[in-house]
Ligand binder design. Sequence first.
Ligand SMILES: C[S@@+](CC[C@H](N)C(=O)[O-])C[C@H]1O[C@@H](n2cnc3c(N)ncnc32)[C@H](O)[C@@H]1O
Length: 205
Amino acid sequence: MDLDALGVDEAIRRDSRLYVPSAYYFLRRAFRILDVNDVTGRTFVDMGCGLGRVLFFASQFPFRRMIGVEFSSALCRTAEISLIAYYRRHGLVNPPFEFRCQDARAFEVPTEPAVFLFNDPFGPMVLEPVLRNIVAAHEKTVGDAIVIYVNPTCIDVFQKFGFSVTFDGINRSGRGFVVLRRPAMDGRAQLDGMFQTARDCGSPV
Ligand SMILES: C[S@@+](CC[C@H](N)C(=O)[O-])C[C@H]1O[C@@H](n2cnc3c(N)ncnc32)[C@H](O)[C@@H]1O
């Protein structure tokens, strides 16, 4: 499937970056910042996963499942084949993984606690609709939403959607990563949501 078949128009392609893998050095540092509760049982999503380097790396951690989203079918397919071969060769039992060969704007964000990785995959034109989907899913999820943003160029767009930088790992040459978090709904909002659901179900609360 090529980008024409995916309905990816010219403007979106111009806003999208070419494949450059994340440096292991940044990945090691970024994952060290995360708490054990930040990874255990969460879903890991690499937005623009390329050849899957980050998914290989993330498979060492106790994520519930991993998803790679990538609109180049050649990259996506190669990543999937390599990851299966790697697991088999090393006899590893890893979290289940899925590859979605699609434009990130069309990705249906799971309503479950998640860590998202963005290695500067695209500019604001694609990032905004992607974040709108992430926020809509997060509103239905317990806990905060976590983003590792490698080589960030659009932190302001994340901030516009309620994310704050909680760790700055940018070096003097402007390379590195930041960790951003979008806080969980407060207890009151969560309770209201639960009461609303109970009322919808005809419960007397
Ligand atoms: C800089 S590379 C990062 C690769 C990988 N995440 C890593 O860190 O090793 C960005 C990737 O995003 C993909 N990409 C760019 N725009 C996209 C879009 N709109 N939807 C899905 N993937 C996209 C590119 O094809 C490329 O593989």
